[in-house]
Design a protein around this ligand. Structure first.
Ligand code: GLY
Ligand code: MN
Length: 490
């Protein structure tokens, strides 16, 4: 617990009845406000199923840009943050499972670095700030690992995420487990606790403000770059210095590029903007997409019809979220709704079950319905690493994270946070490729071409699975409210 050192010296009478001190204590943060690193360590040990052993994790080091004396922007390693709550470079940690002892190692004091960059954290400050049992300087790590080694029982292993992290000082025959720590940490990270939910909620609050500000300003903007600039301005001004991912400010046909990033084209004559942007709060992500017209009214039936269809895909899937639900079923439902809607618009043709089996709808909805959100925007969770979003062009493309859209993904559980982000896109590249595929007969390319100028529509919210259903954590306006904000009537 931190104490306020700034109070006036107390007289002896004051010392006996020191109301000021009580006030200070009530105002200061309690240990409950610390990032719950110790609880996370215990959860991971439980999921490892181990009663002894040592987890060793290094944080992200300071790294210079190639051929430069400037450092790369620092981004803490998420597995390390999960067990420490420390967002500083050059730290590491151990967790002795048997002793239930979490030790943080901070950088040794370096006078040169302190003069140029400011001092690194002291032992006292680190002990005060973080939920760890002990804090030591990096210099003691080698010796402490040796002490653990000397005392350890035969069955006690060293748990690492990667072979390359094996401390050089340890003997070669030491049993090292490289396989079970990552799945245990992924499973633990997939279920968010109250503290983590608070961070994701706060990240969403800031993103909501930033999205709203753009809706309020869009009529005066003439280029995508102003959207990006405004988003960053609001986030940073509200204390969210980092984005959870690169901002996608895609107008018109650019919206067909799922991860468009140039953000520098004119808005002139564009029917809509697809803005996918989310702030980060204390390393926790938000992931929010809104698609909107520039003047607060849908410029044509084409645009409105696609927006309404995506809106229905999102509403119908969000309202079914709850514990015990198979997320993959919602992904399939979103496809069914898309197929029904695109058949009605004449973009698709044929019997709906044949269209579904052919995979033709993936030309227009090529990514998963969503993903977990947490320390990563595409967060980890329990399960196997599977292909996600490969769609029709790269069916085996594995993005390296654990998608809830796969058939093998565990059912939704209370405490999971997932995005629901259906989209429909009219990519000339995807359409050209589709012409050569067996499912081409289910697509009316003449009709589809009429939508190419739209680019695409995506709507994305972050949804918490609760004990009784779900809670939408995303506060950015959408639908009619969003249009009203653009028009200045909300
Ligand atoms: N918001 C970016 C993505 O989910 O891929
Ligand atoms: Mn997303």
């Amino acid at each position: 617990m931190r104490t306020n050192q700034k109070g006036a010296p107390h007289s002896s009478v004051h010392t006996m009845i020191n109301f000021d001190a009580y006030k200070i204590l009530l105002d200061t943060p309690t240990s409950c406000d610390k990032y719950p690193a110790k609880q996370h360590a215990r959860n991971v040990a439980r999921r490892l199923g181990a009663s002894r052993g040592l987890i060793f994790l290094s944080g992200e080091p300071t790294i210079n840009l190639r051929d430069s004396d400037q450092s790369q922007p620092f981004r803490q390693r998420r597995y390390f943050y999960y067990l420490s709550g420390v967002d500083e470079p050059d730290c590491s940690l151990t967790y002795d499972i048997e002793q239930d002892l979490l030790t943080l190692y901070v950088p040794d004091f370096d006078l040169h670095r302190a003069i140029w960059m400011g001092p690194t954290i002291s032992l006292e400050d680190a002990q005060d700030r973080y939920d760890v049992d002990r804090v030591q300087y990096h210099a003691s790590l080698k010796h402490e690992l040796q002490v653990w080694l000397d005392k350890r029982e035969q069955s006690s292993e060293l748990y690492l995420l990667h072979k390359s992290e094996r401390p050089e000082t340890l003997p070669k025959d030491l049993p090292v487990d490289l396989n079970t720590l990552a799945p245990a940490m992924n499973a633990a990270r997939g279920i968010k606790d109250e503290y983590e939910i608070r961070m994701i909620r706060k990240a969403n609050e800031v993103s909501g403000l930033a999205h709203r500000k753009i809706l309020e300003s869009i009529r005066s903007f003439s280029n995508e770059s102003q959207i990006e600039g405004s988003f960053l301005n609001t986030c940073i001004s509200h204390g969210a210095r980092n984005q959870a991912y690169n901002i996608i400010a895609a107008s018109g046909p650019n919206a067909a590029v799922l991860h468009y990033g140039r953000n520098n084209e004119t808005l002139h004559k564009k029917p809509l903007v697809c803005l996918d942007a989310g702030a980060e709060w204390n390393c926790y992500a938000s992931d929010v997409t809104r698609t909107f017209p520039l003047a607060g009214e849908w410029p044509s039936e084409y645009v409105r019809d696609i927006y309404k269809l995506v809106e229905r895909m999102q509403e119908e899937t969000i309202r079914r979220i709850g514990k015990g639900v198979r997320y993959r079923a919602l992904h399939d439902l979103a496809h069914d709704i898309a197929i029904e809607g695109l058949l009605a618009l004449g973009v698709l043709k044929g019997a709906s079950h044949e269209v579904r089996e052919s995979g033709a709808s993936k030309v227009f909805f090529p990514h998963g319905l969503g993903h977990h959100v947490g320390l990563e925007v595409h967060d980890v969770a329990e399960g196997e690493i599977m292909a996600f979003g490969g769609g029709v062009t790269r069916p085996n493309w594995a993005c390296g994270y654990l998608s809830p859209c796969t058939l093998l993904a565990p059912l939704l559980e209370e405490g999971m946070v997932v995005t629901v982000e259906p989209g429909l896109y009219f990519s000339p590249l995807a359409l050209d490729n589709a012409r050569k595929q067996p499912y081409a007969k289910y697509i009316d390319f003449d009709v589809a071409e009429k939508y190419v100028h739209i680019g695409g529509v995506r709507i994305e919210d972050d949804i918490l699975v609760t004990a009784t259903g779900y809670e939408n954590l995303t506060t950015a306006p959408k639908g009619d409210k969003m249009l009203a904000v653009i028009r200045g009537s909300a």
